[in-house]
Design a protein around this ligand. Structure first.
Ligand SMILES: Cc1ncc(C[n+]2csc(CCOP(=O)(O)OP(=O)(O)O)c2C)c(N)n1
Length: 553
């Protein structure tokens, strides 16, 4: 508990049980200084910690018991490693004399978590606690952030330290030295490529948000006049109405941002890893271009796309040093190319989706929400069609405003991540956009929201289908709808049972009032909107195709 306080932790998410009871007993004495949020399932603790980390910039902390408590946390740990979210997971373990005996609730958490966490360690001696936890926070937060796991035997929790308690924050380790400051020769090579480019194109990744490089990125883009686009998790790093911001990339990203990647002569990728949802067929992705790859993790360099000018370092540090080396420029003609595609996309897709005829479309719900919140809310999306529609139609004005499971695509992320995000940024309006399938994956966390009176707003876009899977079955499996239709419960009655108010909107005429009631509520609120059942999300790059083959319908 003293370590948590020394690390500035004021909130933890967790669920008690036998092997972590000594630590929960210690927590009782600290309950006025450390706010413990009792979730309803350990997966909820992990996603809540992720949401908290993503809005607060601090490590999310969770604490659970051994065996099933730990294994229930695996999905968020795997989610956090791939989305670079700092988390410290304290997991109880059986007594050390029982290790390896198949003791009650014994699972080899070191074995199970090793492939999905940044670092793990089993504490069997209480004297190790200060140093190991200091390492845990340092490793979680430094370099490319990620989840760490502390497997804490019950005897180590329950016995006295033999040494005096001294806590020192760790600022560096012999065995792990992330490079944050770039090499000068890397910067110079990058600047030469950028200064000679005719059609430069900048790709904004999650790393920009993680390193807090938004202001310097904007200055860089404005000085060089380079058009830019973001990955899904890079969304909101640039305000959507910035003249150099062209949209987002990848499978359901924008038209021009995908197609014109095939024409750029120099691509500057900042804090991103060329995920296959961005590249489509990677063997055809930006092959004509020279790549400047700015990345804190050297193992990302040349992993998917060969870099001509790799720059290893923290995105903010790199851009600050690169800014004076690049020349002011004017790329008006090149930028105008993007606008041509934007006009086509607007005519073929956006206008149709916002036309307000027939059944309510997901797009119009998101756009109306965007208008009513002036693009300033923090949107937490779950996984599926609604996630893509939220990314497409919310007009982000502020950073850290699109919190979603990007790499793992974990259904059930949004309810717990939304209250974690709210706790990490209590002054922000946090609105979760959730599919009817996803909602039922972590529905029990409504109890956590109600018990803690966390004023998050939840919108279910209910199409009675596992919509994204249905879309693929329609398009690629000749309409053979295999196990995608849901018989849904009465969500509003369920919410009421948890003590959460809500309403269902079935017709367009009442949508605006429903959204107003939800936004005006000082309490948590659930708005279910019945949307068109068989809506498809476009544009779409079919899986495995080149981004140039993006389809508009
Ligand atoms: C845990 C998990 N299981 C399965 C999937 C595969 N999957 C991706 S999207 C999706 C459908 C989501 O349905 P819903 O929540 O109703 O959202 P919609 O696509 O209809 O907007 C499924 C099953 C997944 N991403 N995560």
């Amino acid at each position: 508990m003293e370590v948590l306080l020394a690390e500035g932790v004021d909130t933890i998410f967790g669920y008690p049980g036998g092997a972590i009871m000594p630590t929960y007993d210690a927590l009782y004495s600290y309950r006025h200084r450390i706010n413990h949020i009792l979730v309803r399932h350990e997966q909820g603790a992990g996603h809540a910690a992720q949401g908290y980390a993503r809005t607060s910039g601090k490590a999310g902390v969770c604490m659970v018991t051994s065996g099933p408590g730990g294994t229930n946390l695996i999905t968020p740990i795997a989610d956090a490693i791939i989305d670079c979210t700092p988390m410290v997971c304290i997991i109880g373990q059986v007594k050390s004399n029982l290790l390896g005996t198949d003791a009650f609730q014994e699972t080899d958490m070191i074995g199970v978590t090793t492939p999905v966490c940044k670092w793990n360690y089993q504490i069997t001696n209480p004297d190790e606690v200060p140093e190991i936890l200091a390492k845990a926070f340092y490793i979680a937060m430094s370099g490319k952030p990620g989840p760490v796991v502390i497997d804490f035997t019950r005897d180590a929790q329950a016995s006295e330290m033999t040494k005096p308690f001294i806590y020192q924050k760790i600022e560096g380790l012999m065995s792990y030295k992330p490079r944050t400051v770039p090499k000068n020769e890397h910067l110079e090579r990058a600047a030469t490529l950028i200064n000679n480019a005719k059609k430069p194109y900048l790709l904004i990744g999650h790393g920009v948000l993680i390193s807090g490089a938004m202001d310097v990125l904007r200055a860089f883009v404005e000085k060089t006049d380079i058009p830019c686009a973001s990955t899904l998790l890079g969304l909101s790093a640039m305000p959507i109405d910035h003249p150099n911001y062209m949209g987002w990339l990848g499978m359901h990203g924008n038209y021009g941002t995908n197609v014109l990647s095939t024409q750029a002569d120099v691509v500057i990728a900042v804090g991103m890893r060329f995920d296959d949802r961005v590249t489509g067929d990677a063997s055809k992705y930006i092959q004509q271009a020279k790549l400047v790859h700015i990345e804190i993790d050297p193992s990302e360099i040349d992993k998917i796309i060969k870099a001509h000018a790799p720059v290893i370092g923290d995105a903010k540090e790199v851009l600050e040093r690169l800014l004076p080396l690049v020349q002011a420029n004017n790329h008006a003609t090149w930028k105008a190319e993007f606008n041509k595609y934007a006009v086509i996309e607007d005519q073929k897709i956006t206008q149709r989706e916002l036309m307000a005829v027939g059944e309510i479309k997901m797009a119009e719900v998101v756009r109306m929400l965007s208008d009513k919140t002036k693009g300033e809310a923090c949107i937490v999306a779950d996984v599926g069609q609604h996630q893509m529609i939220a990314a497409r139609y919310y007009q982000f004005k502020k950073p850290h405003s699109y919190i979603a499971s990007g790499g793992l695509g974990t259904m059930g992320f949004a309810i717990p991540a939304s209250f974690g995000a709210k706790m990490g940024a209590p002054d922000r309006e946090v609105v979760a956009i959730i599919g009817d399938g996803c909602f039922q994956m972590t529905i029990q966390e409504l109890g956590t929201i109600a018990q803690n009176k966390l004023p998050v707003k939840l919108i279910i876009l209910n199409n009675n289908y596992l919509g994204m899977v249905r879309q693929w079955q329609e398009l690629f499996y000749r309409n053979r709808y295999s196990s995608v239709e849901l018989q849904n419960p009465d969500f509003i009655t369920i919410a009421k049972g948890f003590g959460i108010k809500g309403e269902t909107c079935k017709v367009r005429d009442t949508l605006s009032e429903s959204l107003d009631r939800m936004l005006q509520s000082k309490e948590p609120y659930l708005l279910e909107v019945i949307v068109e059942k068989e809506e498809n999300v476009f544009p779409m790059v079919p899986s495995g195709a080149s981004v140039a083959d993006i389809r508009l319908e």
